[in-house]
Design a protein around this ligand. Structure first.
Ligand code: ADP
Ligand code: MG
Length: 581
């Protein structure tokens, strides 16, 4: 209800109205009873039945009134429910913007989207329909109980027998811990299947390229199999209870007729017929109510699950700066830093290093050594478990988010552009930049050929009308963005890894422009690009095992020396043409 703000009262009004509507819905049955009664009394002189029309009209009026009030109730509940849904989404998005990138990565964007969209939608159905109906499902049985006592209590009791039995069936077989457990398993199987489906769709290019059949995606097929296995077992499990439940709540009239036969004791009076007819007419309400109650327990589980997922986003604490200090220079320092993704294996293990202002350094080492993780700690995508990370002499925890963002530029391995003009894409890093500044950045980043290629120049909208940039072009635009930002510290994470040779030369030039008079941290596979670095840090299994200039490291004959040897051998390889014989 906190999400509903001022619309909260609308929800309460809708609950009240729904209750009133359910109570009114019972009244027509009273007038129908009166009609039957009169008919039986005047039989066979039907012309004496003077009250039939009046009672009939009254019944219709109450039925119509009940529907009308229900519609108003739903209008109120929907207004409030949509507000709740909108506020939930807004608050979640607001939260997500504040979260460290590392946390968002842990979720995965697909899962995050699902939580923001689907989980909030689940609450909408619940608030708009199920909550008002729930009031109805309380008011209706109470009203019926009053009817049961007011008319013939014997039939009232008899019609309660199947209700009690259906409750027993429901409680024993259709609710409880094991079923909740199974419900969770069911949701998980569903989640797995949709995850695998996304993986599968993403992998289609690979499948096509290598001519693999669908069965190469064993995991996807397995998830479908396990889902179907589970779903079928679950359904079979519930078949008998569900059949019993349906039979009981739909068969109340049979109990009443059976009871009528017993009570009649051979003599059928008008009053008996009247009561039997009344109960036979009114029991479908019980059926509907019981069905609603049964589905409510399931809906409640779904909403509870949705809330759990929403909380899992809302409860992540953003990395706020505790004190607001500004970095004094462009140095980076790590003191005994450790970090683990899973709490067991240390991705970074007690690393200390020193990068002075203006230095160009490189992180190298085998894949999975921790290079990217280390760079992410410097930009505070997440916080170190222990130790200190200092940027410009200040602990990153004490630097305001904006100041840290302005101090460090990060060029990713796979940079992303937003759907928008090239101009807007560049300006993301400095929203108040004018055209001249943007053009100058584009020029420095070797992007002029991209601009010239399109008729609308910098106003070309990427991602629309078939305008797409290649990986290398995207990378250059991303570098232009970083050049415009002009942060004193630059981190390049394998920025040339995916580029073709032509692009690589341009990207290299762009990176040189970006790196002028900056502190540069390069993460590189190609050891040729790091050999002039002021210092090379070699990371293996999260540990800093060697550091120094190229010559120093080579003379040590350690890991770097052997990496360099392998690298130099591999670059000498070339593809030779076989002589045709
Ligand atoms: P590098 O960049 O040197 O290849 P990374 O820093 O990416 O290495 O990874 C270091 C270690 O942390 C690896 O063992 C990797 O499996 C693990 N790792 C990286 N990213 C994640 C993540 N998001 N969740 C869990 N483990 C991760
Ligand atoms: Mg990496």
């Amino acid at each position: 209800m906190g999400f509903a703000e001022n619309y909260k009262c609308l929800t309460y009004i809708s609950l009240l109205l729904s209750g009133v509507s359910s109570a009114l819905a019972l009244l027509p049955f009273y007038y129908i009873w009166k009609i039957i009664k009169e008919v039986l009394e005047v039989m066979p002189n039907f012309e004496n039945a003077a009250g039939i029309v009046k009672n009939g009209v009254t019944a219709v009026v109450f039925a119509a009134l009940s529907m009308l009030i229900y519609i108003v109730a739903l209008m109120c509940s929907h207004t409030s429910a949509f507000r709740v849904q909108a506020n939930m989404r807004k608050q979640m998005m607001h939260k997500i913007i504040q979260l460290p990138l590392g946390e968002i990565e842990k979720f995965g964007s697909g899962k995050l989207r699902k939580i923001v969209n689907d989980c909030s939608a689940a609450t909408e159905t619940y608030l708009a329909h199920q909550l008002p109906d729930m009031v109805g499902s309380v008011v209706t049985p109470i009203g019926l109980l009053i009817f049961l006592i007011a008319f013939d209590w014997r039939f009232g009791l008899i019609s309660l027998i199947p209700i009690v039995l259906s409750f027993v069936v429901m409680m024993t077989f259709m609710t409880g811990k094991t079923l909740q457990q199974k419900m969770a398993e069911y949701q998980n199987a569903l989640d797995d299947m949709s995850n695998e489906a996304v993986e599968y769709v993403r992998g289609i290019p690979v499948v096509k390229a290598f001519g693999q059949s669908v069965f190469s995606f064993r995991k996807f097929k397995k998830s479908i199999d396990s889902y179907s296995e589970w779903a079928i077992a679950y359904t079979k499990n519930l078949r008998l209870p569900m059949a019993m439940f349906t039979m009981l709540i739909n068969g109340i009239f049979a109990f009443i007729i059976f009871g009528g036969l017993i009570f009649a004791k051979g003599e059928i009076t008008n009053e008996l017929i009247l009561n039997i007819l009344f109960y036979v007419i009114i029991t479908p309400i019980l059926t509907v109510t019981m069905t609603k109650i049964m589905f409510q327990s399931e809906n409640k589980m779904i909403v509870a699950d949705a809330f759990k997922r929403i909380d899992s986003v809302m409860n992540i604490s953003p990395l706020e700066a505790t004190k607001c200090q500004k970095p004094t220079d462009a140095s980076v320092q790590l003191k005994n830093v450790s970090y683990s993704y899973d709490g067991e294996i240390k991705a970074i293990n007690n690393v200390s290093l020193n990068i002075k202002s203006g230095q160009t350094v490189a992180f190298v080492g085998p894949s999975g050594g921790g290079k990217t993780t280390l760079a992410n700690l410097i930009t505070r995508f997440f916080d170190a478990d222990s130790g200190e990370v200092l940027v410009g002499g200040v602990n990153v925890k004490n630097i305001a988010k904006e100041d840290l963002t302005n101090a460090v530029s990060y060029v990713f391995q796979d940079s992303k552009l937003i759907t928008g003009s090239i101009f807007d894409n560049i300006r993301l890093s400095k929203p108040n930049a004018d055209l001249d500044e943007v053009m100058s950045a584009l020029e420095k980043a070797q992007c002029m050929d991209i601009i010239e290629k399109f008729d609308s120049g910098v106003d070309t909208v990427i991602g629309s009308n078939g305008v797409y940039l290649s990986g290398g072009e995207t990378q250059r635009v991303a570098i232009a963005r970083a050049i415009l930002k002009n942060a004193p510290i630059v981190i390049l994470d394998e920025a040339t890894a995916f580029a073709d040779p032509d692009n690589e030369i341009k990207i290299q030039k762009a990176l040189n422009e970006l790196s002028k008079n900056k502190t540069v941290i390069m993460i590189a596979h190609r050891l040729s690009t790091v050999k002039n670095a002021d210092c090379i840090f070699v990371l293996q299994n999260g540990k800093l095992i060697e550091q120094g200039k190229t010559e120093e490291l080579c003379s040590q004959n350690g890991v770097f020396a052997s990496m360099l040897k392998n690298y130099l051998t591999s670059v000498k390889w070339k593809v030779e043409k076989e002589e045709l014989k």
